[in-house]
Structure formats: structure tokens, C-alpha cells
Design a protein around this ligand. Structure first.
Ligand code: NDP
Length: 475
């Protein structure tokens, strides 16, 4: 049992002003594994004041020195990799092998990329008689979700600090242990007091206090579209920059020019792109669009592929599908499965019942629906569980229309025999990132959403610029 009874503010571990405590649950054993402070508005005030006081000297450091601090954090993450992977596997339920690669590998990459950019990025340019300079905003509030918890924090903290901002971080109450490890690493790395602050607590209290704070200059939020809209509303009261990384309902268009072998490969890979992290991925490709005359072939491929997603203890190396993060999330996902059946979709595999095997853990069967129509709830709403909807289409135009028929626009996939045609279709999809023929995730490429999937971009050069104000000096 881990007891965190202090927040990290102004370079020190301090008690919350309140005495509330939040419990963290293991998604497999269902036992409470940690407690953390349920922070208050007063705690946010203290953290923001510390970040404000630290801003001038931090932003005034030569960028090489800021890069050095970021690389020290990177080294700290490296040294504690195993511990971080295990903590996130307990909190979120991701199989341990994948946690090692993704939940630790990506945060490390984010710090290394931000540090590297400080060596190469041009913060100043001339436009005619103007000198245009990029400067930090000031104090940045970072509010993050639970599904890739440390990655989402690092995507904000690393570029924000690189650009010269100071930060107040509010991690998800559901998966906060990794954020405490990060704060310990930051402390050991010797960052000046107040540059990085951690306040845990619940969104409507600590999150809103950060978004509303008159001395916070920018809020960077990742989470649901519902909470993101609220953050934007609250932040608008004192007009601050808001960047939002929100939900998705991403399409995966499988074109009609693939031969049977390539078609099987595309469909099978598509199942993996939906089920990764038990479907708790904002970019999950949850709507698979297949030519109508190949629907039954797609069904038999997905049935065989889904059967390989064995549920079980996420610390067992043979487990491919861990539990969902919480009982609330499991129940929500099962309700969507019931709705899919009620609305007339064909249940190809899976279902709302508990899977055979584990006696504890918030499991949902790997589930695939076929013959889904674009108006069904399971085709429109983000489910955030291992539930794939196969939607038949009649022509390329029809596929593009269905793919874009969503309020979201975070990600998409296209598979086709002709790379030119696949890219042409990819250009017409209204989404922030599109994988063509399974193109690998690139942590340095811009990441973010069209439409109600968000505002702004994270990662790499675009992510760094997101944390910069722009000043033009006419000379
Ligand atoms: P939530 O929106 O519930 O929570 C995200 C964060 O916001 C948490 O820290 C939460 O606090 C906080 N929060 C909740 N309500 C408010 C509020 N009123 N004001 C300020 N902060 C608030 O999302 P989940 O954690 O459930 O994460 C899942 C969602 O995140 C999915 O919709 C997913 O698509 C999206 N997501 C998007 C990504 C992207 O890059 N586009 C990446 C990853 C996830 P608390 O601790 O109380 O929950």
C-alpha cells in the first residue's frame, strides 16, 4: 500500500490545506493500492503562486540549461522504468510488456525530443522589418487523463518547461502514482523550486481552480470532450490560451483494391488498433469501414483475431487484453454493448457478460459488431473499451462520407493496395493524424484533433510552439 500524503509545491513536499484523501484501485485485484491527497482550491493558489514566482528566472535561463534539466528528468525516468511500468499496469490494467514499451517509452521520448528541440528550434525569425520572437506564456496548468497517464503529462510538461514556462500539474485521480514518481524525479533532478508543481484532487475542484485561476496564463487539457468544454468555458472568464486534446471515434477505411491476403492483414491489424490498452485509447480505430461485398470475410477474420486477445492478469506475459481501468468504465462499456444489440447490430464476437476466467478485475470481453449503420449509438459515441464496429460501405465516396460523419476528428486509418489512392483518401479524412497502411506512430509528429477532438497540437516542434506566445518587434 502506497501512502502519498503530500503535494509537491515550490520545490517541497507539503501537506494539503484540506484533509481529504482519494483511493487508487488496482484494476485487476480490485484492491485499494494507494491513497493520495484530495487537493483544494487553496492548494492550487499556493502552487500557482510558486510557479509565478519561479517564472522569471526559469524563462531567463539559457535554453541549453533548460535542456540539461530535461535530460536529467529523462535519466530519472530511465532509472525508474520498471517501477513506473508496474504502477501504470496496476492503475490502468495495460499488460506489463506493453506498459514497459508504451507507458514508459513514450514519456521518456517526450523529454528527449523537447530537450533536443532546444538545440535546433529557431525561436526568432525576421519578417520584413520585424523581429518575431517566441516567448513562454508564463504559468501553464496541465490537466491530464488516466489512459496513458505519464505520457499525457510528459507531452505537456516537457515542451512547456522547454519553452520556459513553469507548470502546475493535475493528474487523473484514477492513475496518479506515476505522477508522484515524476515529481520525485523532478526534485532529484534539482529543478529550481516552483518550476514544477503537483496538486492532486478531483477535476471539478482542482482542475477547475487551475482553469479559472487569473494567474494561470495557459491551460493544456487532455481528457473527455465533455470535461474539455467545461475547462474552455471556465478559462474563457479571464481569456487565457486553452489547448485541448479530447475524444475520438476514429474510422479505419479498408479500400476495395486489396487482395485477400492483404485484406486479411488490414482487418487483423485494425482489430489491434481498436483493442490496444483494452480500447482505452483516444486514437483507437473503432469504426472499421469495409466494402459491403467483403463483410462476411471481414467477420471471419475479426473473429479469429479477437480470439487471440486473451483476457487475464496484466502481469502474466501471455495476457493480451487487460482489465479496464475501473468498475465505472467497465459498466459503461457493457452498457454500450447492450445498446448495440438493442439497436440491431450483429454481435460477431464478445458481449456484455463477464469473460470466462478471471474472478477479479474490471474485464470486458473483446467485442465486435458487424453490419453497424452510421446512425447507431455504437457508431457515434466514444466507447473507450474493446468494442469494434464494422460498417459496410458501397463506394470510395460513400466510405469517405461515413468516415467524416462524426463530431470527432482525432485519428483515422486507410489501407489500400495503391499507396497513391490510399494517400488521396487520407487527405480527404478530417482528422489530425491518419495512418496509411499501418504507418507507425511517430512521437515527434504533431498530435491533435479536428472538430470536437480538440484545439491545438502536441508533440515535437508543433507541441513546443503550442507553449509559446509570439511577439513581433518592428525595427
Ligand atoms: P476526463 O475528462 O474525465 O478527465 C480528464 C482530466 O480532467 C482528469 O484529470 C479529470 O479529473 C479532469 N477533469 C474532469 N472534470 C473536470 C472539470 N470540470 N474541470 C477541470 N478538469 C476536469 O477524462 P478521462 O480521464 O476519463 O480520460 C478519458 C478521455 O480522455 C477520453 O474521452 C479520451 O478520448 C480522452 N483522451 C484524449 C486524448 C487526446 O490526446 N486527444 C488522449 C487520451 C485521452 P479527475 O481526476 O477527477 O478525473
Amino acid at each position: 500500500m502506497i501512502t502519498h500524503d503530500k503535494l509537491y509545491i515550490d520545490g517541497d513536499w507539503v501537506r494539503s490545506e484540506g484533509d481529504g484523501v482519494l483511493e487508487v484501485t488496482d484494476s485487476f485485484t480490485e484492491e485499494v493500492i494507494a491513497t493520495i491527497p484530495d487537493g483544494t482550491v487553496g492548494d492550487v493558489d499556493r502552487a500557482v503562486a510558486a510557479a509565478r514566482a519561479a517564472f522569471e528566472s526559469w524563462s531567463g535561463l539559457p535554453k541549453e540549461q533548460r535542456a540539461e534539466f530535461l535530460m536529467r528528468i529523462h535519466a530519472g525516468l530511465e532509472a525508474r522504468s520498471q517501477e513506473i511500468a508496474e504502477a501504470i499496469t496496476r492503475e490502468v490494467g495495460m499488460p506489463i510488456g506493453l506498459s514497459n514499451i508504451i507507458q514508459v517509452g513514450l514519456p521518456k521520448a517526450n523529454f528527449a525530443i523537447a530537450a533536443g528541440l532546444l538545440g535546433s528550434h529557431e525561436f526568432e525569425e525576421r519578417i520584413g522589418n520585424s523581429l518575431v520572437v517566441r516567448e513562454p506564456f508564463g504559468v501553464v496548468g496541465c490537466i491530464s487523463p488516466w489512459n496513458y497517464p505519464l505520457h499525457q503529462i510528459a507531452l505537456k510538461v516537457a515542451p512547456a518547461l522547454a519553452a520556459g514556462n513553469t507548470v502546475v500539474v493535475k493528474p487523473s485521480e484514477v492513475a496518479p502514482i506515476n505522477a508522484f514518481i515524476l515529481a520525485e524525479i523532478v526534485h532529484e533532478a534539482g529543478l529550481p523550486a516552483g518550476v514544477f508543481n503537483l496538486v492532486t484532487g478531483v477535476g471539478p475542484v482542482v482542475g477547475e481552480a487551475i482553469a479559472a485561476h487569473p494567474d494561470v496564463d495557459m491551460v493544456s487539457f487532455t481528457g473527455s470532450t465533455r470535461a474539455g468544454k467545461r475547462v474552455a468555458e471556465v478559462a474563457a472568464r479571464n481569456v487565457k490560451k486553452v489547448s485541448l486534446e479530447l475524444g475520438g471515434k476514429s474510422p479505419n477505411v479498408i479500400l476495395d483494391d486489396l487482395d485477400d491476403e492483404e485484406f486479411a492483414k488490414a482487418v487483423s491489424a485494425g482489430v489491434g488498433k481498436c483493442f490496444a490498452n483494452s480500447g482505452q485509447t483516444c486514437t483507437a480505430l473503432t469504426r472499421m469501414l469495409v466494402p459491403r461485398d467483403r463483410l462476411s470475410r471481414a467477420e471471419s477474420i475479426v473473429t479469429a483475431t479477437a480470439a487471440k486477445f486473451t483476457v487475464g492478469d496484466p502481469f502474466d506475459p501471455t495476457t493480451r487484453l487487460g482489465p479496464l481501468v475501473s468498475a465505472v468504465q467497465r459498466d459503461r462499456v457493457r452498457e454500450f454493448i447492450r445498446l448495440g444489440v438493442e439497436e440491431g447490430a450483429t454481435l460477431v464476437t464478445g458481449g456484455a457478460e463477464a469473460p470466462d476466467g478471471p474472478t477479479t478485475g474490471f474485464f470486458v470481453r473483446p467485442t465486435v459488431f458487424s453490419d453497424v449503420t452510421p446512425d447507431m449509438t455504437i457508431a457515434r459515441e466514444e466507447i473507450f473499451g474493446p468494442v469494434l464496429s464494422i460498417i459496410p460501405y458501397d463506394s470510395e465516396e460513400d466510405a469517405i462520407r461515413i468516415a467524416n460523419d462524426t463530431v470527432y476528428g482525432l485519428a483515422a486509418g486507410v489501407w489500400g493496395a495503391s499507396p497513391e489512392r490510399a494517400q488521396r483518401v487520407a487527405r480527404r479524412l478530417r482528422a489530425g493524424q491518419v495512418e496509411v497502411n499501418g504507418g507507425a506512430f511517430n512521437p515527434a509528429a504533431p498530435f491533435g484533433g479536428y472538430k470536437q477532438s480538440g484545439l491545438g497540437r502536441e508533440a515535437g516542434r508543433f507541441g513546443l510552439e503550442e507553449f509559446c506566445e509570439v511577439k513581433a518587434m518592428q525595427l
